[in-house]
Design a protein around this ligand. Structure first.
Ligand code: HSE
Length: 432
């Protein structure tokens, strides 16, 4: 039997992911030793409350509330506490004491990524974070390593499982937004602060991380245009269905090259997707990410976007890599921000739109609306009018590709027009 070197692993946090990481590290110790060339000794687990109930039985002697003693002296520190502080301080302490860091902390990376990567560069340590985006799905390593020889043009996908679950329940089972949200809460799918999911913050954090990697540019939360699913009603879902669409909360990171020069756009919003599109078949809490690059063309990554044991898989992959590096020697390869592309305002993007208007059912209304669209430089591709039992006339306009700025100005003029009772919704159409 090979006499493996022992590496000390400190685990910070024993929540749903952390407790599974601890279990798998202990249960599969021999496998990890074979794969990494090092015996991974779980030196301790930092918890807030020694007596809190946990998903997995963890040996009491491993639990500690003393962060400093656990972190200093560890070779690999796994941070799964979440939140900004004290996670940020613990990670900086770990790096400064020579440990490699594995984290799943998307909020921290989206807000303080450059500080953490700089600290790692200073000491030649590595920071890995496969678990921070799309749970079990390998997406960070493909962007960072596998596609390092290519030029990424666009990333486009579903990176928040709980909002996908809610929208999917509304679409497939006709649930109201409130009932679908209640079900997601009961199943424990939403973050402790549900606004992180519902208002798109969680997806925006992940989009910032993906865009930073894909475009070799520092992208923070402040650079991400964010809209959540709060305004999506059962009526909108039903209207989308009638028109052959499904509504999904999308994260989009793309390169723009227009008259204003080269830039990137990073955005999160609910959008219409054709029911024929592969993303329309992403159900429940699953995630899917499309990556389009110049040479490889389109690639799709699909799977569990959350879940304790699923996300533990991503964490442990990073731990094995960090252990291999420790054994092989050499410095960690840091993040590259050499391109420093500017972030474009949302007004600069171009896509198709679906505008739903409630109008007075009178002669000449369509002509007025057509005039406003024409003046705004927005071209209609489809126009459909319906009148419901209460006599409310609805016009649904599908546009050709338009610039967001022109579309927004045109919608504002429609809203002011005497013939428009209400702009019921404006949704972007993506994936075409
Ligand atoms: N709140 C996240 C989601 C958990 O719903 O996808 C995984 O990051």
């Amino acid at each position: 039997m090979i006499d493996h070197r022992t590496l000390r692993v400190a685990l910070l946090g024993a929540g749903s992911v952390g407790s599974q990481v601890a279990r798998l590290l202990r249960e599969h110790g021999d496998d990890f030793a074979e794969r990494s060339g090092a015996r991974l000794e779980l030196a301790g687990i930092l918890v807030r409350d020694l007596d809190a109930p946990r998903d997995v039985d963890l040996p009491r002697e491993l639990l500690t509330t003393d962060a400093e003693s656990l972190i200093v002296g560890a070779d690999i520190v796994i941070e799964l506490m979440g939140g900004i502080e004290p996670a940020r301080t613990h990670i900086l302490t770990a790096l400064n004491s020579g440990a490699d860091v594995v984290t799943g902390n998307k909020a921290l990376l989206a807000q303080h990524g450059p500080e953490i990567f700089d600290a790692a560069d200073q000491v030649g340590a590595s920071v890995s974070y496969e678990a921070a985006v799309a749970g079990a799905i390998p997406i960070i390593r493909p962007l960072k390593d596998s596609l390092a020889g290519d030029r990424i043009v666009r990333i486009f996908g579903i990176v928040n499982g709980s909002t996908n679950f809610i929208l999917d329940k509304m679409d497939r089972e006709g649930l109201s937004a409130e009932d679908a949200q209640r079900l997601a809460t009961d199943l424990g799918y939403l973050e402790a602060d549900p606004t992180l999911d519902l208002e798109g913050y969680d997806a925006a954090q992940k989009a910032a991380i993906l865009a930073s990697l894909a475009f070799h540019t520092e992208v923070s939360m402040d650079d991400v245009h964010r809209e959540g699913i709060e305004s999506i009603t059962a009526d909108m879902i039903e209207g989308a269905r009638r028109a052959g669409f499904v509504i999904k909360l999308l994260a989009i990171c793309e390169r723009l090259a227009d008259a204003e020069g080269e830039a990137i756009s990073v955005r999160v919003y609910p959008a219409l997707i054709s029911r024929e599109h592969p993303l329309a078949t992403v159900h429940g809490g699953n995630n899917a990410v499309f990556v389009e690059s110049e040479a490889a063309g389109p690639l799709m990554f699909y799977g569990a976007g959350a879940g304790g044991v699923q996300t533990a898989s991503a964490v442990l992959g990073d731990v094995v890599s960090a252990a291999r590096r420790h054994i092989a020697g050499g410095v960690g390869v840091g993040e590259s921000a050499r391109q420093s592309l500017p972030t474009a305002e949302i007004g600069r993007i171009s896509t198709r739109y679906q505008i739903t208007l409630e109008v007075s059912d009178e002669q000449g209304v369509l002509a007025v609306i057509a005039g406003i669209l024409n003046d705004g430089g927005v071209s209609a591709a489809t126009v459909e009018q319906t009148v419901d039992d209460e006599g409310t006339a609805r016009i649904v306009i599908g546009t050709h590709t338009a610039r967001e700025q022109a579309l927004g100005d045109t919608v504002a003029r429609l809203a002011e027009s005497d013939v428009v009772v209400r702009v019921a919704s404006v949704l972007r159409v993506e994936g075409e």
